[in-house]
Structures are given as C-alpha cells and as structure tokens.
Design a binder for this molecule. Sequence first.
Ligand code: NAG
Ligand code: NAG
Ligand code: NAG
Ligand code: NAG
Ligand code: NAG
Ligand code: NAG
Ligand code: NAG
Ligand code: NAG
Ligand code: NAG
Ligand code: NAG
Ligand code: NAG
Ligand code: NAG
Length: 433
Amino acid sequence: MQLPLKDNRLHGLAISFLVVFLLHLHANAQSLSEDRTTESGEAAITDPNEECSPYSYPLVGNHLNSFPPIWEAASILSNDSAAQTKWNSISASIPTNISVKVTQPPPSNYSSDDPDCWWTASTCTEPKLPGLLVDITSAPEPSTLGYGFDDGPNCSHNAFYDFLQSQNQKATLYYIGSNVADWPLEAQRALADGHEICAREWLNHCMINLSFSLSTGRYVMQMIKLAIGVTPTCWRPPYGDVDDRIRSIAEALGLQTIMWKYDSQDADINGQSITEQTVDTDYNNFIQTASNGTFNSAGAIILTHELDNFTMSEAVKFYPQLKSSFQHIVPVGVSLNKTQPYVETNYSLPTFEQYIAGTVTTNGTRVSPNSTTSSSSESSTLPTLSSSSSPSAGNSGNGTSAPSSNASNKLVDIDDRSALMLGFILLTCFYIR
Ligand SMILES: *[C@@H]1O[C@H](CO)[C@@H](O)[C@H](O)[C@H]1NC(C)=O
Ligand SMILES: *[C@@H]1O[C@H](CO)[C@@H](O)[C@H](O)[C@H]1NC(C)=O
Ligand SMILES: *[C@@H]1O[C@H](CO)[C@@H](O)[C@H](O)[C@H]1NC(C)=O
Ligand SMILES: *[C@@H]1O[C@H](CO)[C@@H](O)[C@H](O)[C@H]1NC(C)=O
Ligand SMILES: *[C@@H]1O[C@H](CO)[C@@H](O)[C@H](O)[C@H]1NC(C)=O
Ligand SMILES: *[C@@H]1O[C@H](CO)[C@@H](O)[C@H](O)[C@H]1NC(C)=O
Ligand SMILES: *[C@@H]1O[C@H](CO)[C@@H](O)[C@H](O)[C@H]1NC(C)=O
Ligand SMILES: *[C@@H]1O[C@H](CO)[C@@H](O)[C@H](O)[C@H]1NC(C)=O
Ligand SMILES: *[C@@H]1O[C@H](CO)[C@@H](O)[C@H](O)[C@H]1NC(C)=O
Ligand SMILES: *[C@@H]1O[C@H](CO)[C@@H](O)[C@H](O)[C@H]1NC(C)=O
Ligand SMILES: *[C@@H]1O[C@H](CO)[C@@H](O)[C@H](O)[C@H]1NC(C)=O
Ligand SMILES: CC(=O)N[C@H]1CO[C@H](CO)[C@@H](O)[C@@H]1O
C-alpha cells in the first residue's frame, strides 16, 4: 500500500512547515516587542537597559546637521540664515542695558536691589522691565498642584510614564533639546500620552549669556517640532537662571517662563549636603505644607525631575501622598486654562474645569478661535513664532525622512508571509486529500 506512506510523508511535511511557521510567528512577536522605529514600539519596551540602547530614527537623524552638536553648548550655526533673520527681527525688543550674566552666584558688584530681576540673585519672578509677563510660579487654582518634570525625555522613562498612565495622570514635561535628539520616540510618547510639553534648554546648563540663550531656545523648539510635531510655548530655564533680558528673548521666541516655589532637590544629590534622605524630607515637608491648608486659596508648583531612575522613583513613591494632600493634580497649562499649548493649533489641552471633571485630554481637538480669549491672558499676550520660523525639516513629506523600513524587519515580514503561504498550501493539500 502506497497511500498511507504518502499520507505520512505529507503529514510530516505539513507539521514541519507548521513548526517553521510558528517559529517565525514567535520571531516576529519578539521583533515586535523590540520595535525601535515607532513611538508605540518603543513605549512597549520594559527593560530599562534595552530602552536606553541607542536606535536610529532617520526623521531626526537625517537633519542633525541643521542643529548644534548634541550635548554641546549651542550657538547659532553660521549658515543658519533663518536664525540670523529671526535674531535681527527680535533684537530691537531685547534690552541692551542689562548686562550679560556669566557667573553663578552673582558677582559681588551686582546691586542688591536686583535691577534685572535675576532669579539667581533674589528669586525674583516679577520682571522689572515693563511689558514682560510675570513668571508662573504656582498653579492659580486652589488646592491644586501644577505637576511637572524637568530634563526628559529620559531613555528609561517607560516605567514612569506607564505609572502616570495607570493613574490617568497628566503632567507638564520640560524637555532638553539634546535628549529629544537622542530619544525622539520617547519624546513622542509625551504627546501620545496626553502630557503637556514645554522646552528646557539645548543641554542642561546655565544659559544666561546672550548667544547661548537665543540659539538654544530656538533650536530646542525646532528639535521638539521635528521629533514630536509640535512647537512648545512654555519653557523652564536651567537652574532657574533667568533675568529680564532672557525673559524678553524667551517671550520674543514665544516662550512663557514657568518657575516654581518649592524644590524637591531631587536632581541635586551630591552625597554631602544633599542626600536621598534630603529629597524625602523635602517631599514630606511639601506634602505637610499642602496638608495644613497653605494652598487653600492658590495652588503650588514643586520642582521635580524626569532625570533618572531615582528622581522618577521618588515621583512614583510620593504620588499617593501628593494625591491625598491636594484636591487636584494637573499639568501647569491646565491650571492656567491654557487650552492651546502649542504653536500648532490642532492640539489642545482641556480647561481646568474639564480636567477635574475627568476629561484629562482633548488632544487632537481643534481649538475654537474664541475659546481661549476670556480665560488665558498668558497665551493670548504671547507673541507666536512666525510660520517662517518653524523648521522646514521633517514636515516636507520628502521621501528621505520616512522612518522605519529597517532591512532586518522587512526580511522577517517576508519570511513570515512565505511561511504562512506554504503552511496554508500544505495544509490545504493535506485536507483535500
Ligand atoms: C550648514 O553647514 C553644515 C556643515 O557645517 C551642513 O551640514 C548643513 O547642511 C548646512 N545647513 C544649511 C542650511 O545649509
Ligand atoms: C562688575 O565687575 C565686572 C568685572 O569684575 C565688570 O565687568 C562689570 O561691569 C561690573 N558690573 C557692574 C554692575 O559694575
Ligand atoms: C533699561 O532701560 C529701560 C528703558 O529702555 C528701563 O525701563 C529700565 O529700567 C532699564 N533697566 C536698567 C536695569 O537700567
Ligand atoms: C556663554 O556661555 C557659554 C557656556 O558657558 C560659554 O562657552 C561662552 O563663552 C559664553 N559666551 C559669552 C559671550 O560669555
Ligand atoms: C504648614 O506647614 C509648613 C511646613 O511644616 C509650615 O511652614 C507652615 O507654617 C504651616 N502653615 C500653617 C498655616 O500651619
Ligand atoms: C536616564 O536614566 C537612567 C537610569 O537612571 C540613567 O542611567 C541615565 O543616565 C539617564 N539619562 C540621562 C541622559 O540622564
Ligand atoms: C527603577 O529601576 C528599577 C530597576 O531597573 C526598575 O524596576 C524600576 O521600574 C525603575 N523605576 C522607575 C520609576 O523608572
Ligand atoms: C479657568 O476657567 C474656570 C472656568 O471658566 C474659571 O473658573 C477659572 O477661574 C479659570 N482659571 C484661571 C487660572 O484662569
Ligand atoms: C496637526 O497638524 C499637523 C500638520 O499641520 C499634522 O501633521 C498632525 O497630524 C495634526 N495632528 C492632529 C492630531 O490633527
Ligand atoms: C465664537 O464667536 C462667534 C462670534 O463672536 C460666535 O458666533 C460663536 O458662537 C463663537 N463660537 C464658540 C464656539 O463660542
Ligand atoms: C526633496 O529633497 C530634495 C533634496 O533636499 C529636493 O531637491 C526636492 O525638491 C525635495 N522634494 C520635495 C517634493 O520636497
Ligand atoms: C485625537 C487623539 O489623538 N486622541 C488621543 C489623545 O490621547 C489619548 C491618550 O493617549 C489617546 O487615547 C487618544 O487617541
């Protein structure tokens, strides 16, 4: 008899192809969990070491030569004529009678009156130069914490962002330009998760001298636009090192200055005067201050960081206590009813009322032109970036910038498809017979 033999052979063949197919499925599942080309792929990685291993993202990587070198002090690129033009257009509005500060602490001959409203000298936040916006130092709504974190995106932030997501909690994230350039998919997660994105610096360095501040502010905004697709309208100066000259530059760039009144010192551990215990004490003091009614008429902002595992772990550790000592924890922009957080008008934040009623994101919703006028003087008085100042890179739709198309991923896809086909053909043959 020949038939059983034939059947057996076919059976064996079908099974071996099934095995091959399943192996490919498995390989594909693994390659999916290691997808380093999309925001969601990157957000799904749970091993911090894996998260922090570099990947290439052409949409940003192909345009790095339009930016200052990553993690180096920035200045306007000599061939960046758009930046020169921008500088020329705003320079008339920058005071020339305020000295360029280059040292911390202030030199001994700096007047104790603090004529320049130099935060580093006197924690001044109400500009002395007429016409400038007062810095935001607290959430105006009663018993409300303006929740935010500096110096991200940190490559290992998935556990922290997952935590925020599990709490349905949104925050304000102040991103460093060089971090965004290194970790664009991590930066994209902020928008996807519904957080508010503000700028920090090109790198985290006191930035109070002139060439430094203009260029870095502008390049950070452009890098965020390139990597995430939105241009921020708020910023937090490194070390709080801001004076009226810097405020006027920031405002000319369209950036509102966000400061703080309380400091967890979570990024300042030096093993001597500031230890992990100091940070716990700072958090506990702040929580106690919130619990005894200090913020019953106006809320607060405390300085905390996304910097590394320690700062994020502290944030997770103290979240439940913050939650029970404040009535509301909201992004700073939400506490200000700043419904249009970016230059691009097709993303919006909920109003404070909406947020506390449970609508914590309205991203992607078009802002109606009159919805902000009554509520937020901050956003309406801020000059916006002219459209010519937004980067041309990245939004051209020019084939060169398309992400993904990773060769090895492609191979896996094709192999899977052929395995599937062969498996199907063989199984069909087997059952027909
Ligand atoms: C500026 O010069 C750099 C090289 O120094 C080059 O890579 C870049 O493309 C130039 N940018 C423009 C806008 O010409
Ligand atoms: C303070 O001293 C430095 C040099 O030591 C000088 O450059 C600067 O102009 C002085 N500033 C004032 C306000 O006198
Ligand atoms: C600088 O000049 C402006 C007017 O142009 C004036 O209002 C301001 O007080 C001056 N600031 C200092 C520090 O002298
Ligand atoms: C500005 O600060 C940077 C970084 O500290 C420094 O390298 C540069 O020389 C400073 N420029 C001026 C004009 O002081
Ligand atoms: C609340 O607690 C803080 C920190 O202990 C303290 O500084 C502040 O005076 C207290 N305020 C009131 C109203 O009790
Ligand atoms: C991000 O956090 C990890 C984990 O703590 C740390 O090793 C890394 O240095 C941080 N990255 C930056 C750029 O600070
Ligand atoms: C801190 O690091 C540990 C060990 O890698 C990790 O399990 C934990 O999720 C991290 N915490 C945060 C908030 O990132
Ligand atoms: C935000 O809007 C609500 C509702 O209109 C209003 O009660 C509140 O005062 C506003 N808050 C601020 C800071 O503008
Ligand atoms: C917002 O507009 C930009 C282009 O102007 C587009 O790339 C982006 O997808 C839009 N986002 C939403 C949520 O509509
Ligand atoms: C916006 O204003 C116009 C005219 O002032 C009014 O007709 C319209 O209903 C307003 N839209 C919203 C959404 O409030
Ligand atoms: C694509 O980029 C190339 C080189 O930068 C340029 O010459 C071409 O005009 C661009 N095409 C489109 C459709 O933008
Ligand atoms: C329209 C839009 O993009 N909505 C998104 C807003 O953010 C939430 C939280 O990530 C998403 O679930 C929505 O899809």
